[in-house]
Design a protein around this ligand. Sequence first.
Ligand SMILES: Cc1cc2nc3c(=O)[nH]c(=O)nc-3n(C[C@H](O)[C@H](O)[C@H](O)COP(=O)(O)OP(=O)(O)OC[C@H]3O[C@@H](n4cnc5c(N)ncnc54)[C@H](O)[C@@H]3O)c2cc1C
Length: 424
Amino acid sequence: MPDLPIPTAHTHHFSIIGGGPAGLMAAWLLARDGHRVTIYEAGPTLGRKFLRAGVGGLNITHSEDLGRFIMRYGSQSERLRGMIEAFKPDDLRAWVHGLGIETFVGTSGRVFPKQMKAAPLLRSWVHHLREAGVEIRLRHALTQIGKDGRLDMMGPDGAFIISPDRGPILLALGGASWPQLGSTGQWASWLSDCGITVSPMVPANCGFEVAFTAHLREKCANLPLKAVALTHTDVLGNTQTKRGELMIADYGIEGSLIYAFSAQIRDAIYKYGKTTIYLDLAPERTLQQVRDLVARPRKKGRSLSRHLASVLADDIVKKTLLFEYLERDRYDDPDHIAGLIKHLPIQMLATRPIAEAISTAGGITWDELDEDLMIKKMPGIFVAGEMADWEAPTGGYLLTACLAMGKRAASGMARYAAKSANSI
Ligand SMILES: Cc1cc2nc3c(=O)[nH]c(=O)nc-3n(C[C@H](O)[C@H](O)[C@H](O)COP(=O)(O)OP(=O)(O)OC[C@H]3O[C@@H](n4cnc5c(N)ncnc54)[C@H](O)[C@@H]3O)c2cc1C
C-alpha cells in the first residue's frame, strides 16, 4: 500500500482543476508529500474518460524499450523526454502495483491491469487521495480565466474565485474529445483571450470518412478487417507500412491500425484535401505468389469470389472490399486482381469529428510553458495532460504522458509554493 504522510502545519495549499489522470496524479503526489490539496471537478464523478478507456481493456503503458517508447511522441518527443524518464513505464507499473492492482504485458507489448478494467484502479487511487485528506469537490466547474490569473468557479453553492495568491493551481482539463465525459475544450478560448497561444485542437487516434458504396457498408459495417498491412506516404514523403487490424464503419474506417497512422493521414487531408492509403489484403504472400494463385485455371462454374477464397482467407470483408475496387471487365486479368489484393487504394476524405476521437492533438503551445509546466504569462498556474500540444498513438502512451506531466507539474508547484513562501 502506498505510504501517505499526514499533512503538517508547514504544508502549502494546492488547487487542482480537472479530475482526470493528470490532475489525480498531481494530487496524489502533493498529498503524499503532506500538502493540502483541493480537487475541483466539473462532473459528478472523477476520471470519467479514464473509466471509459477501461471499457475495451485499459492499456496503461507499453513495455517496449524506453528509447523507442519516447519516439512515439513524434515531434514532441524531446519535450516529453525528461518527464517520461522521470516517470518511466516501469515506474508507472510499480505505482499501479502500489495501489494494489496487478498488471501484465500482452502479446503486443502493451501493459494492462490484470482485470483489464479502470474502475478498481480508480477506486483505489481515489481512496488513497481521501485517506491523505485531499478535498474533492465534485460539480465544481471553472467557468472563465481572467488575464490576471483569477479563475471564476461555479459550484452547487454558487460562484466563487480562486487565484494563485492562495497557492499554486493546476489546470488539468483534458483535450476536446469525448466532451460528454467532461473534456469540452472550452478553456482554449479563455486562454487565447488571455494572450496564451493555443494550437487548434484536432482529432488524434480517430476514424476517417471513405466514400464506400452502400453495398459495402451494408455488408461490412462494424466488421473487423483482420491481418492486413497499411501503407501511407506522409506530407514529407516518408512512406510507412504496418500490419494490424481495421474496422469497417458505416462512414468509413476505424480501428487500431488506422489510429497508428491517424496523425499523418489527418495532416495529409488538411494539406491536400484527401489522401490515399494502400491496403495489402494478403501481407503474408508476395505479389508473385498472389498472382500465381489468382492465375490458376478457375474451375468450371466457380465464381471469382470462390476462386479467390484461398488468397483472401475466405474473408467476407476482404472479398467485398476487393470487389468494391475491381473493374468488372477485368475479372479475367490476374495482374489487375493481384495488384489490387496487394495494393488496394482507398481514399480518405475527412477525419471523423474530434468529439469521437480517442484523443486530441493541439493545445497550449510549449513556448507558453516553462520546464515545470507553469504558464509563463500566468505565474502560479500550471498545466498537465492533454491540454498541452502533443499527441501519441494508442498503446498506453497517452496515459503515460498524462501521468508523467502530472508528476512534473506537482513537483513544479511544490517548488513554486516553497519559493513564494520564502520570498514573503
Ligand atoms: C474511448 C477511449 C479509450 C481510451 N483508451 C486509452 C487507453 O487504453 N490507453 C491510454 O493511454 N489512453 C486511452 N485513452 C486516452 C486517455 O483516456 C486520455 O488521454 C486521458 O484521460 C487524458 O487525461 P487528462 O487528465 O489530460 O484529461 P481527462 O481525462 O479528459 O480529464 C479532464 C478532467 O477535467 C474535467 N474538466 C474539464 N473542464 C473542466 C472545467 N471547466 N472545470 C472543472 N473540471 C473540468 C473533466 O470533467 C475531466 O474529468 C482513451 C480515451 C478514450 C476516449
